[in-house]
Design a protein around this ligand. Sequence first.
Ligand SMILES: Nc1ncnc2c1ncn2[C@@H]1O[C@H](COP(=O)(O)OP(=O)(O)OP(=O)(O)O)[C@@H](O)[C@H]1O
Ligand SMILES: [Mg+2]
Length: 259
Amino acid sequence: MNQEVIFETQGITKYFGGLAAVDNVDMKIHKGEILGLIGPNGAGKTTFVNTITGMLRPTRGRVIFKGQDITGWPAYRVGRLGIARTFQIVKPFLGMTVRENVAVGAMFGHKGKTRTTRQALEKADEVLEFVEMGHLRNHFADQLTLAYLKRLELAKALAMEPELLFLDEVMAGLNSREIEEAMEMIRKINASGVTLLIIEHVMKAIAGVTHRVFVLNFGTELAQGSPEEVLNDPRVIQAYLGEKFVERQRRMQQASPQQ
Ligand SMILES: Nc1ncnc2c1ncn2[C@@H]1O[C@H](COP(=O)(O)OP(=O)(O)OP(=O)(O)O)[C@@H](O)[C@H]1O
Ligand SMILES: [Mg+2]
């Protein structure tokens, strides 16, 4: 694994009133890796991504991309630098075709400024082939299944030609076959040279595609390491499943006959 740090947060903090939704998070993302970001509901994962991609301004801390301080930059400037993200709640333009939706993505990103509409549509076609949605390009977004809506989000982000891509729960609500396909797509995106941070509750996907995992709990870092280490860490299991589950496991172990 290439250890070059492409992206880094230092003490990033975001308050909503008195609530520290993200509290003093130091994270490094290495060039070429797939980093998983997990944590229970409300842990601050989406807020973290919003705060480092210009949707929200951090209360404190610094964001560094390829050595440049981009703290507090607005989303469009962050996008032009080569960082894209998807949204947990899909936001397609319903009155537009799939192709037009993706073309909008192609108008942003680092080459977006100089693209004509026609070039943006050509880029959209290329990306739709890559994500295997070419056959749906003239469909309207409101005709798509959830799996394809999620993939459309991915296509819109990819049309920005990012170097670094943040995915926020692109597998939520998918069935197991669709999850397998999404995992394959993430590997393919990564193999094309894109560094990824993926937020996911589907642990099979975290275990199956990430190189490293970072755990947030109550806005702070709980653990980080290899997927095996992190997913077997009792603190992580406890954060996810709660005290009661851990207590029940302990009682069951005590009750079972000794080997
Ligand atoms: N715009 C906002 N205003 C006030 N509080 C917010 C806002 N957005 C999020 N929060 C709160 O911040 C905390 C972190 O929320 P966030 O959505 O970042 O969690 P998450 O880890 O993405 O959760 P999930 O897994 O459910 O998507 C929660 O307590 C949430 O209620
Ligand atoms: Mg979230």
